[in-house]
Write a protein that binds this ligand. Structure first.
Ligand SMILES: CC(C)(COP(=O)(O)OP(=O)(O)OC[C@H]1O[C@@H](n2cnc3c(N)ncnc32)[C@H](O)[C@@H]1OP(=O)(O)O)[C@@H](O)C(=O)NCCC(=O)NCCS
Length: 193
C-alpha cells in the first residue's frame, strides 16, 4: 500500500497519518470526554507510539486505522478503521472496526460515514474475512455507530476486557457483529444489485 492511499466519501477523506496529525491526535487522546470509556487518557508519548503502530500496520498488513479529514474544513478529526484484536477472548483473533473522533466532530455522522467506507475497503480491497466491533457496555455513542452501520449485538458475546484492570468500570464489554458479512462484501464489491 502506498503512503498516499486514501478513501474518499461524500464529506471525508480517510488517509494515512502524517506527522502534522500527531499534535491534534495527542490532544484528543488526552481529552477526558473522548477517553471516558477507556482506562485513562494517553500521554503524548503513548499517543505518538500509537501513531507509529498504526502506520506500521498499514505498511505490514495493508489495513489499519485511517486518519480522518473533513474535506475542505478540518484536516484531522481522529481515526476510523480496522485493527487486529489479538487479546484472549472467545471471539479472537479477529479484526475490529473502531473509531475515535475529537469531541468537536461528534454529532455529524462522520464516524458512521467513515466506518462504512473502512469496512467496505477491508472486505473488498483487503479481503478481510471477519469484522466485529466491541466497546465498553456504557459507551452508547459507540454502540449507536455499530447499529447505524448495520451491526447487531451478539447476545452471547459480552466479555470482560482482559486489558482493563479488574474492578474498573469500563471492563464489561459488548460485542457486535454483521448479520451477513458475505452479503455485505458482495454488495460493496458491486456483485449484487
Ligand atoms: C464513538 C464516536 C465516534 C461516536 O460519534 P458520533 O458523533 O456520536 O457518531 P457519528 O459520527 O456517527 O454521528 C452520529 C450523530 O450525528 C448526527 N448527524 C448529524 N448530521 C448527520 C448526517 N449528515 N449523517 C448522519 N448523522 C448525522 C446523528 O443524528 C447522530 O446524532 P445523535 O448522537 O444526536 O444521535 C464518538 O463519540 C467518539 O469518538 N467517542 C470517543 C472515542 C470512543 O469511545 N470510541 C469508541 C471506542 S470502542
Amino acid at each position: 500500500m502506498t503512503d498516499d492511499a486514501c478513501i474518499r466519501t461524500d464529506r471525508l477523506v480517510l488517509r494515512r497519518f502524517r506527522d502534522a496529525d500527531r499534535g491534534p491526535f495527542a490532544e484528543l487522546n488526552a481529552d477526558p470526554r473522548v477517553m471516558e470509556h477507556f482506562v485513562r487518557p494517553l500521554t503524548r508519548a503513548e499517543s505518538d507510539d500509537f501513531v507509529d503502530r498504526i502506520e506500521e500496520r498499514f505498511r505490514k498488513q495493508g489495513y489499519s486505522l485511517w486518519a480522518v479529514e473533513v474535506r475542505g474544513s478540518d484536516p484531522f478529526i481522529g481515526y476510523v478503521g480496522l485493527w487486529d484484536a489479538t487479546f484472549e477472548a472467545p471471539f479472537t483473533p479477529t479484526v475490529e472496526v473502531g473509531w475515535r473522533l475529537a469531541a468537536r466532530a461528534w454529532g455529524h455522522g462522520y464516524a458512521t460515514e467513515a466506518a462504512e467506507a473502512a469496512v467496505d475497503d477491508g472486505l473488498v480491497r483487503v479481503g478481510v474475512r471477519d469484522i466485529v466491533s466491541f466497546t465498553a457496555a456504557a459507551n452508547l455513542r459507540s454502540r449507536a455507530v455499530m447499529e447505524r452501520i448495520g451491526m447487531v449485538r451478539d447476545p452471547d458475546g459480552d466479555f470482560l476486557h482482559p486489558a482493563v484492570p479488574e474492578d474498573h468500570p469500563v471492563r464489561p464489554h459488548v460485542l457486535y457483529r454483521f448479520p451477513d458479512l458475505e452479503l455485505r462484501r458482495r454488495e460493496a464489491a458491486g456483485e449484487v444489485a
